[in-house]
Design a protein around this ligand. Sequence first.
Ligand code: SF4
Length: 337
Amino acid sequence: MQNVSDTRGRPLRDLRISVTDRCNFRCTYCMPKEAFGGDFAFMPRSELLHYGEIGSIVKAAVPLGVRKLRLTGGEPLLRKDLDWLIKGLKAIDGIEDIALTTNGSLLPQKAQELAEAGLDRVTVSLDALDDETFRAMNDVKFPVARVLEGIDAAIAAGLTPIKVNTVVKRGQNDDQVVALARHFRDKPVILRFIEYMDVGTQNGWRLEDVVPSGELFQRIAAELPLEPVAPNYEGEVARRFRFADGVGEIGFISSVTKPFCSTCHRARLSAEGKLYTCLFATEGHDLKSLIRDEDADVARLSEHLATLWVARDDRYSEIRSDDTRDLPKVEMSYIGG
Ligand code: SF4
Protein backbone atom coordinates (compact mmCIF):
# COMPACT_ATOMS: atom_id res chain seq x y z
CA MET A 1 0.00 0.00 0.00
CA GLN A 2 1.21 3.56 -0.62
CA ASN A 3 0.27 7.02 0.57
CA VAL A 4 -3.13 8.03 -0.71
CA SER A 5 -4.67 11.37 -1.72
CA ASP A 6 -8.31 12.30 -2.01
CA THR A 7 -10.15 13.83 -4.98
CA ARG A 8 -8.69 17.25 -4.07
CA GLY A 9 -5.15 15.98 -3.77
CA ARG A 10 -5.15 16.02 0.01
CA PRO A 11 -3.01 13.30 1.63
CA LEU A 12 -4.20 11.33 4.67
CA ARG A 13 -1.93 12.32 7.57
CA ASP A 14 -3.94 12.60 10.79
CA LEU A 15 -6.32 10.13 12.37
CA ARG A 16 -8.49 11.41 15.19
CA ILE A 17 -9.71 8.54 17.33
CA SER A 18 -12.74 8.93 19.57
CA VAL A 19 -12.54 6.38 22.37
CA THR A 20 -15.91 7.20 23.98
CA ASP A 21 -19.10 9.15 23.24
CA ARG A 22 -19.49 10.00 26.93
CA CYS A 23 -18.46 13.21 28.65
CA ASN A 24 -18.69 14.64 32.15
CA PHE A 25 -19.32 18.13 30.77
CA ARG A 26 -22.31 19.41 28.80
CA CYS A 27 -20.72 22.24 26.83
CA THR A 28 -23.54 24.18 25.23
CA TYR A 29 -21.87 24.32 21.78
CA CYS A 30 -21.13 20.60 21.65
CA MET A 31 -23.28 18.48 23.97
CA PRO A 32 -26.18 20.63 25.20
CA LYS A 33 -27.96 19.17 28.21
CA GLU A 34 -31.32 19.48 26.51
CA ALA A 35 -30.24 16.88 23.94
CA PHE A 36 -27.79 14.89 26.06
CA GLY A 37 -29.80 14.67 29.28
CA GLY A 38 -29.85 12.06 32.04
CA ASP A 39 -31.82 9.59 29.89
CA PHE A 40 -29.58 9.89 26.81
CA ALA A 41 -28.62 6.45 25.52
CA PHE A 42 -24.84 6.42 25.23
CA MET A 43 -23.18 3.50 23.45
CA PRO A 44 -22.95 0.31 25.49
CA ARG A 45 -19.39 -0.84 26.19
CA SER A 46 -19.85 -3.83 23.89
CA GLU A 47 -20.31 -1.45 20.96
CA LEU A 48 -17.00 0.32 21.53
CA LEU A 49 -13.92 -0.73 19.60
CA HIS A 50 -11.52 -2.67 21.77
CA TYR A 51 -8.03 -1.19 22.04
CA GLY A 52 -6.67 -4.04 19.92
CA GLU A 53 -9.14 -3.19 17.15
CA ILE A 54 -8.13 0.47 17.28
CA GLY A 55 -4.52 -0.74 16.95
CA SER A 56 -5.41 -2.76 13.83
CA ILE A 57 -7.06 0.24 12.19
CA VAL A 58 -4.04 2.42 12.96
CA LYS A 59 -1.69 -0.25 11.54
CA ALA A 60 -3.86 -0.27 8.41
CA ALA A 61 -3.75 3.53 8.15
CA VAL A 62 0.04 3.99 8.48
CA PRO A 63 0.92 2.65 5.00
CA LEU A 64 -1.62 5.15 3.59
CA GLY A 65 0.24 8.08 5.16
CA VAL A 66 -1.07 8.47 8.72
CA ARG A 67 1.70 9.72 11.02
CA LYS A 68 -0.20 11.60 13.72
CA LEU A 69 -2.92 10.37 16.03
CA ARG A 70 -5.20 12.39 18.29
CA LEU A 71 -7.27 10.70 21.01
CA THR A 72 -10.61 12.37 21.60
CA GLY A 73 -14.13 11.64 22.87
CA GLY A 74 -16.54 12.80 24.33
CA GLU A 75 -14.03 13.04 27.16
CA PRO A 76 -11.32 10.44 26.41
CA LEU A 77 -10.04 10.27 30.00
CA LEU A 78 -13.35 8.69 31.00
CA ARG A 79 -12.27 5.54 29.12
CA LYS A 80 -10.38 3.12 31.34
CA ASP A 81 -6.71 2.18 30.86
CA LEU A 82 -6.10 4.81 28.17
CA ASP A 83 -2.39 4.63 29.03
CA TRP A 84 -2.46 1.03 27.82
CA LEU A 85 -3.86 2.12 24.46
CA ILE A 86 -1.24 4.87 24.15
CA LYS A 87 1.58 2.38 24.84
CA GLY A 88 0.19 0.11 22.12
CA LEU A 89 -0.21 2.87 19.55
CA LYS A 90 3.21 4.30 20.31
CA ALA A 91 4.73 0.92 19.41
CA ILE A 92 3.27 0.98 15.90
CA ASP A 93 5.96 1.69 13.28
CA GLY A 94 5.35 4.94 11.44
CA ILE A 95 3.40 6.72 14.19
CA GLU A 96 5.36 9.90 14.97
CA ASP A 97 3.07 11.78 17.31
CA ILE A 98 0.20 11.02 19.67
CA ALA A 99 -1.87 13.87 21.11
CA LEU A 100 -4.97 13.99 23.28
CA THR A 101 -7.84 16.49 23.48
CA THR A 102 -9.46 16.73 26.92
CA ASN A 103 -11.59 19.01 29.06
CA GLY A 104 -8.83 18.74 31.68
CA SER A 105 -11.12 17.62 34.50
CA LEU A 106 -9.20 14.34 35.06
CA LEU A 107 -5.72 15.56 34.15
CA PRO A 108 -4.55 16.14 37.75
CA GLN A 109 -4.84 12.37 38.34
CA LYS A 110 -3.84 11.17 34.88
CA ALA A 111 -1.22 13.50 33.37
CA GLN A 112 1.83 11.66 34.71
CA GLU A 113 0.71 8.17 33.62
CA LEU A 114 -0.25 9.46 30.17
CA ALA A 115 3.19 11.01 29.72
CA GLU A 116 4.90 7.82 30.94
CA ALA A 117 2.79 5.80 28.47
CA GLY A 118 4.22 7.89 25.62
CA LEU A 119 1.67 10.65 25.04
CA ASP A 120 3.42 13.53 23.23
CA ARG A 121 1.00 16.41 23.54
CA VAL A 122 -2.24 17.47 25.17
CA THR A 123 -4.86 20.00 24.18
CA VAL A 124 -7.14 21.26 26.93
CA SER A 125 -10.47 22.96 26.29
CA LEU A 126 -11.04 26.02 28.50
CA ASP A 127 -13.64 28.57 27.44
CA ALA A 128 -13.27 31.19 30.18
CA LEU A 129 -11.23 32.27 33.20
CA ASP A 130 -14.27 33.73 34.91
CA ASP A 131 -15.79 30.91 36.93
CA GLU A 132 -19.41 31.90 36.39
CA THR A 133 -18.95 32.13 32.63
CA PHE A 134 -17.08 28.79 32.49
CA ARG A 135 -19.62 26.98 34.65
CA ALA A 136 -22.37 28.29 32.37
CA MET A 137 -20.57 27.09 29.23
CA ASN A 138 -19.72 23.59 30.49
CA ASP A 139 -23.17 23.49 32.09
CA VAL A 140 -22.10 21.14 34.89
CA LYS A 141 -20.80 23.93 37.12
CA PHE A 142 -17.22 22.61 36.86
CA PRO A 143 -14.79 25.19 38.29
CA VAL A 144 -12.01 26.84 36.29
CA ALA A 145 -9.51 26.16 39.09
CA ARG A 146 -9.71 22.39 38.55
CA VAL A 147 -8.96 22.74 34.84
CA LEU A 148 -6.03 25.09 35.58
CA GLU A 149 -4.82 22.45 38.03
CA GLY A 150 -5.02 19.91 35.21
CA ILE A 151 -3.01 22.17 32.91
CA ASP A 152 -0.36 22.57 35.61
CA ALA A 153 -0.25 18.77 36.04
CA ALA A 154 0.27 18.36 32.27
CA ILE A 155 3.06 20.97 32.35
CA ALA A 156 4.68 19.17 35.30
CA ALA A 157 4.43 15.87 33.39
CA GLY A 158 6.34 17.43 30.48
CA LEU A 159 3.48 17.37 27.95
CA THR A 160 4.52 20.85 26.76
CA PRO A 161 3.76 23.09 25.05
CA ILE A 162 0.18 22.57 26.12
CA LYS A 163 -2.44 23.82 23.71
CA VAL A 164 -5.51 25.44 25.24
CA ASN A 165 -8.59 25.71 23.00
CA THR A 166 -11.28 28.31 23.62
CA VAL A 167 -14.51 28.23 21.61
CA VAL A 168 -15.73 31.83 21.46
CA LYS A 169 -19.46 32.57 21.38
CA ARG A 170 -20.69 36.16 21.11
CA GLY A 171 -22.37 37.39 24.25
CA GLN A 172 -21.30 34.33 26.25
CA ASN A 173 -17.49 34.40 26.64
CA ASP A 174 -16.08 36.80 24.05
CA ASP A 175 -15.32 39.21 26.91
CA GLN A 176 -12.78 36.67 28.17
CA VAL A 177 -10.29 36.62 25.31
CA VAL A 178 -7.84 39.29 26.49
CA ALA A 179 -7.82 37.92 30.03
CA LEU A 180 -7.12 34.40 28.71
CA ALA A 181 -4.30 35.75 26.51
CA ARG A 182 -2.74 37.59 29.47
CA HIS A 183 -3.11 34.55 31.74
CA PHE A 184 -1.38 32.01 29.50
CA ARG A 185 1.16 33.97 27.48
CA ASP A 186 4.00 33.62 30.00
CA LYS A 187 3.38 29.88 30.45
CA PRO A 188 4.36 26.91 28.21
CA VAL A 189 0.89 27.13 26.74
CA ILE A 190 -0.33 28.02 23.24
CA LEU A 191 -3.81 29.50 23.43
CA ARG A 192 -6.08 29.06 20.40
CA PHE A 193 -9.41 30.76 19.80
CA ILE A 194 -11.90 28.67 17.82
CA GLU A 195 -14.77 30.23 15.90
CA TYR A 196 -18.07 28.78 17.11
CA MET A 197 -19.16 26.16 14.57
CA ASP A 198 -22.40 24.56 13.39
CA VAL A 199 -21.24 21.10 14.39
CA GLY A 200 -23.85 18.34 14.71
CA THR A 201 -27.55 19.16 14.94
CA GLN A 202 -28.15 20.16 18.56
CA ASN A 203 -26.29 23.39 19.45
CA GLY A 204 -28.73 25.88 17.88
CA TRP A 205 -25.92 27.51 15.92
CA ARG A 206 -26.49 30.99 14.50
CA LEU A 207 -24.01 32.98 12.39
CA GLU A 208 -24.59 36.06 14.52
CA ASP A 209 -23.20 34.17 17.53
CA VAL A 210 -19.86 33.72 15.77
CA VAL A 211 -17.12 36.23 16.64
CA PRO A 212 -14.88 36.29 13.56
CA SER A 213 -11.21 35.67 14.36
CA GLY A 214 -10.39 38.97 12.67
CA GLU A 215 -12.45 40.80 15.29
CA LEU A 216 -10.82 38.85 18.15
CA PHE A 217 -7.40 39.63 16.69
CA GLN A 218 -8.19 43.34 16.77
CA ARG A 219 -9.39 43.19 20.36
CA ILE A 220 -6.24 41.43 21.56
CA ALA A 221 -3.78 43.38 19.39
CA ALA A 222 -5.22 46.65 20.72
CA GLU A 223 -3.83 45.72 24.14
CA LEU A 224 -1.12 43.18 23.27
CA PRO A 225 0.43 43.77 19.82
CA LEU A 226 0.77 40.61 17.71
CA GLU A 227 3.05 39.47 14.88
CA PRO A 228 2.30 36.64 12.41
CA VAL A 229 4.30 33.39 12.72
CA ALA A 230 4.81 30.88 9.89
CA PRO A 231 2.83 27.60 10.16
CA ASN A 232 4.66 24.60 11.65
CA TYR A 233 3.50 22.46 8.72
CA GLU A 234 1.13 22.60 5.75
CA GLY A 235 -2.41 21.98 6.85
CA GLU A 236 -1.99 23.35 10.38
CA VAL A 237 -5.49 24.51 11.36
CA ALA A 238 -4.49 27.41 13.59
CA ARG A 239 -3.10 30.66 12.17
CA ARG A 240 -0.23 31.49 14.52
CA PHE A 241 0.78 34.82 16.06
CA ARG A 242 3.38 35.77 18.63
CA PHE A 243 3.12 38.70 21.00
CA ALA A 244 5.30 41.52 19.70
CA ASP A 245 7.13 41.72 23.03
CA GLY A 246 8.23 38.11 22.50
CA VAL A 247 6.23 36.64 25.38
CA GLY A 248 3.96 33.86 24.19
CA GLU A 249 2.01 32.69 21.18
CA ILE A 250 -1.67 32.43 20.27
CA GLY A 251 -3.63 31.01 17.36
CA PHE A 252 -6.94 31.40 15.61
CA ILE A 253 -8.95 28.49 14.16
CA SER A 254 -11.38 30.09 11.74
CA SER A 255 -13.51 27.35 10.16
CA VAL A 256 -16.36 29.84 9.50
CA THR A 257 -14.59 32.95 8.19
CA LYS A 258 -11.36 31.40 6.81
CA PRO A 259 -12.08 27.76 5.88
CA PHE A 260 -9.03 25.49 5.68
CA CYS A 261 -10.58 22.54 3.83
CA SER A 262 -8.06 22.78 0.96
CA THR A 263 -5.31 21.43 3.21
CA CYS A 264 -7.42 19.19 5.47
CA HIS A 265 -5.76 15.79 5.84
CA ARG A 266 -7.74 14.52 8.84
CA ALA A 267 -9.92 11.46 9.14
CA ARG A 268 -11.96 10.68 12.24
CA LEU A 269 -12.82 7.33 13.81
CA SER A 270 -15.83 7.08 16.11
CA ALA A 271 -15.67 4.99 19.28
CA GLU A 272 -17.82 2.32 17.67
CA GLY A 273 -15.59 2.04 14.62
CA LYS A 274 -17.07 4.30 11.92
CA LEU A 275 -14.72 6.36 9.79
CA TYR A 276 -15.72 9.96 9.02
CA THR A 277 -13.89 12.00 6.40
CA CYS A 278 -15.13 15.38 7.68
CA LEU A 279 -16.12 16.93 11.02
CA PHE A 280 -19.43 17.92 9.41
CA ALA A 281 -20.08 14.58 7.68
CA THR A 282 -23.60 13.17 7.60
CA GLU A 283 -22.51 9.53 7.45
CA GLY A 284 -19.65 7.33 8.54
CA HIS A 285 -18.19 4.13 7.11
CA ASP A 286 -18.37 1.04 9.31
CA LEU A 287 -14.99 -0.62 9.90
CA LYS A 288 -15.99 -2.66 12.97
CA SER A 289 -18.02 -5.26 11.06
CA LEU A 290 -15.07 -5.72 8.70
CA ILE A 291 -12.94 -6.59 11.74
CA ARG A 292 -15.49 -8.52 13.82
CA ASP A 293 -17.71 -10.18 11.22
CA GLU A 294 -15.38 -10.65 8.29
CA ASP A 295 -12.19 -11.08 10.33
CA ALA A 296 -10.48 -8.64 7.98
CA ASP A 297 -6.71 -8.49 8.44
CA VAL A 298 -4.67 -5.28 8.42
CA ALA A 299 -4.02 -5.47 4.66
CA ARG A 300 -7.74 -5.76 3.88
CA LEU A 301 -8.52 -2.91 6.27
CA SER A 302 -5.84 -0.82 4.55
CA GLU A 303 -7.39 -1.44 1.14
CA HIS A 304 -10.78 -0.43 2.44
CA LEU A 305 -9.45 2.74 4.08
CA ALA A 306 -7.66 3.63 0.85
CA THR A 307 -10.91 3.24 -1.11
CA LEU A 308 -12.71 5.54 1.31
CA TRP A 309 -10.02 8.22 1.28
CA VAL A 310 -9.40 8.41 -2.48
CA ALA A 311 -13.15 8.98 -2.96
CA ARG A 312 -13.22 11.80 -0.39
CA ASP A 313 -14.29 15.26 -1.58
CA ASP A 314 -15.41 16.92 1.68
CA ARG A 315 -15.16 20.70 1.97
CA TYR A 316 -18.04 21.58 4.24
CA SER A 317 -16.63 24.85 5.57
CA GLU A 318 -16.20 26.12 2.01
CA ILE A 319 -19.84 25.40 1.16
CA ARG A 320 -21.44 26.28 4.52
CA SER A 321 -24.73 28.16 3.91
CA ASP A 322 -28.33 28.35 5.08
CA ASP A 323 -28.95 25.21 3.04
CA THR A 324 -26.29 23.18 4.84
CA ARG A 325 -27.20 24.22 8.37
CA ASP A 326 -29.87 21.59 8.92
CA LEU A 327 -28.04 18.67 7.36
CA PRO A 328 -28.09 15.61 9.68
CA LYS A 329 -24.42 16.14 10.60
CA VAL A 330 -22.67 13.78 12.99
CA GLU A 331 -22.43 15.07 16.57
CA MET A 332 -18.99 16.43 17.50
CA SER A 333 -19.15 14.59 20.84
CA TYR A 334 -19.38 11.37 18.83
CA ILE A 335 -16.25 11.86 16.70
CA GLY A 336 -14.20 14.39 18.66
CA GLY A 337 -13.48 17.91 17.34
S1 SF4 B 1 -14.95 21.16 7.17
FE1 SF4 B 1 -14.36 19.02 6.82
S2 SF4 B 1 -13.00 19.08 5.06
FE2 SF4 B 1 -13.16 21.16 5.85
S3 SF4 B 1 -11.45 21.39 7.27
FE3 SF4 B 1 -13.20 20.72 8.50
S4 SF4 B 1 -13.06 18.50 8.57
FE4 SF4 B 1 -11.73 19.20 6.91
